[in-house]
Design a binder for this molecule. Structure first.
Ligand code: 6GU
Length: 273
């Protein structure tokens, strides 16, 4: 996969040299190109922003540097044999970044990220490139960052670990929280390793029992506990036909009951255990 990032803070993307993404690069599984947007400015101050039309606070990133940068990045990528680029525009007003979108992006051969500072990029830039290539305007959560660079690091890591061969063990994705499939839509519960006793704290007996069936059941119960506590919306959203008898039992213990439509919701009097 080829990744291009155009930014006014190339050094902010240094973490792409480290850890999983850095190793994927070193192995040639990821071809990363970070560009300085100011390379496409021609005035003495390398100006990339200007005041907003219509007034208001803050500054808006100008069309021309972005247009020239993206034209050149696209041309260079095609030149080197890359194809089917998608533009990923990080913005707090984008659609939520989810595991589903990470999977979708991981299936593309070429992603171009345009993290912005200030109040964002002149709208015409996105509109222009949307006529040529798929554009995803994406937010990584309900909070405001000073710029999109950290969001690029987040999205890059989520995408890179899905690439074939990047994460060693192909099984590793299956039980990811938010992965479609077995533990779908439940958060993962707690995990333990040696030593069996640490500062007087033991490990749940079942994990030492060797009973694979009981261990799987315990993990699923813990996943329900954790999800009910931190993300009750995920349980409300679950298709109840995915719940077996034991699932219904643990949900009932946690204070959840089926509503007439079959979906589960929290009984109002229930309290955290
Ligand atoms: Cl992608 N950018 C900025 N600036 N803030 C954000 C965001 C992105 N996602 C959530 N907050």
């Amino acid at each position: 996969m080829r990744l291009d990032v155009v930014t006014i803070f190339p050094e902010y993307l240094e973490p792409l040299n480290v850890s999983l993404v850095g190793k994927a690069r070193a192995r040639g599984q990821l071809d990363v190109h970070v560009h300085d947007l100011r390379d496409w400015t021609y005035d003495r101050h390398s100006t990339v922003d200007d005041t907003p039309y219509g007034g208001g606070p803050g500054m808006v990133m100008k069309t021309e540097p972005w247009g020239e940068a993206l034209d050149e990045v696209l041309a260079a990528g095609y030149e080197s044999g890359a194809c089917a680029p998608a533009l990923v525009v990080p913005t707090p007003s984008g659609r939520p970044f989810t595991q589903e979108l990470a999977v979708e992006l991981s299936e593309r051969p070429w992603l171009i990220f345009t993290p912005a500072r200030y109040e964002g990029i002149d709208r015409r830039v996105v509109d222009e490139y949307a006529t040529r290539i798929p554009v995803h305007e994406v937010s990584i959560g309900d909070y405001v960052l000073a710029g999109g660079e950290a969001a690029v690091l987040v999205m890059t890591e989520a995408v890179a670990r899905l690439l074939p061969g990047v994460l060693g063990n192909a099984e590793s994705h299956r039980d990811d929280s938010f992965a479609p499939g077995a533990m779908a839509d439940l958060l993962e519960g707690p995990v333990y390793t040696k030593p069996p006793l640490w500062r007087g704290r033991g490990v749940p007996d079942v994990l030492l029992s060797g009973h694979h069936g009981r261990i799987a059941r315990w993990r699923r119960d813990e996943a329900f506990r954790r999800t009910a506590l931190h993300r009750p919306d995920l349980i409300e959203r679950c298709d109840p036909s995915a719940f077996d008898r034991k699932d219904r039992e643990i949900l009932s213990i946690l204070g959840w009951a089926p509503s007439p439509d079959g979906r589960f919701w929290r009984r109002p009097q229930a309290v955290e255990e």
